[in-house]
Design a protein around this ligand. Sequence first.
Ligand code: KG4
Ligand code: ZN
Length: 346
Amino acid sequence: MRVLGIETSCDETGVALYDTDEGLLADALYSQIAMHAEFGGVVPELASRDHTRKLLPLIQQVMDDANVTASDIDAITYTAGPGLVGALMVGASTAHGLARAWRVPVLGVHHMEGHLLAPMLEDDAPEFPFVALLVSGGHTQLVAVRGLGEYELLGESVDDAAGEAFDKAAKMLELPYPGGPQIAKLAEEGDPKRYRFPRPMTDRPGLDFSFSGLKTHTMVTLKKAKASGEMDEQHRADIARAFEEAVVDTLVIKCRRALDKTGLKRLVVAGGVSANTRLRERLSLELTKRNARAYYPRGCFCTDNGAMIAYVGAQRLNAGEQDTGPMRAVPRWPLDSLVPPKSSGI
Ligand code: KG4
Ligand code: ZN
């Protein structure tokens, strides 16, 4: 089955073509980051308009790259949520419109299920069951994954997501949006011994996260440094380093606990923050110690992309799911409300 996947939940227009026998045939991405950077974050209305401009040309590009025509496509899948409602509607309406024109089934899928299963696109894919750490701009979650649609939420952020915390701390450090890669780069020059930031919610049992206090701590540290007149480039790098270390350490501690709690030996790390090199280094050290393994999507599939949507959609379409009603755009949609394909009534 050849499935066209469409992702438009936030600030990236992603399109891909996935074949259940041959694997990924083509994928293309248009990032709106440069447009939003001017405003320091994603402007929802601009995001919707830009998806409208870019989506059809990207679909054409992917079809050309894969050397296929409409009659070679068996189904269409799109991100139905969670995300920005206007942005989601662009992908949903395009998917439903094309599906009607091409007379093929169409299915709306969950964006985070896409991130969760993105490592399945790699040659060395993880087997079920595994623990997944989902760390993106909108989510920080630890999930026990026992199969497609069998997700037990082990813990999540009670306030800011890890990526959001990176973005906010970067803003304080006057770094451009998106802040994660910028902080990571600046942190490379930082002295890890100058500051030690708190590791929130690690002093008590449990698998939930909280990153908003860390944001306040960063602001207070910056203010103090500025007031004392000792703020320079090195100082900014030291603060970035302390911030990154605190987030990474917190994530590593919670992953360790999640593996202990479930007794599982495989950890999938996905979502934009999974691109963080320091996080990867620390996790691989930790996992080697306990004879466990981490699985990541390839670099370009850590952040939003159409390939993960095409993949997840293909699995569910293959199991008989499809949208039977109107298009869906669901801004808030808990991951653990998903069910395996057979018992789903979509
Ligand atoms: O998954 P994603 O592309 O979009 C959402 O669904 O949110 O994740 C984007 C987030 C942003 O907050 C960005 O700052 C963060 O991932 N990010 C990083 C890195 N690359 C992207 N955070 C830390 N280190 C990175 N290298
Ligand atoms: Zn995402």
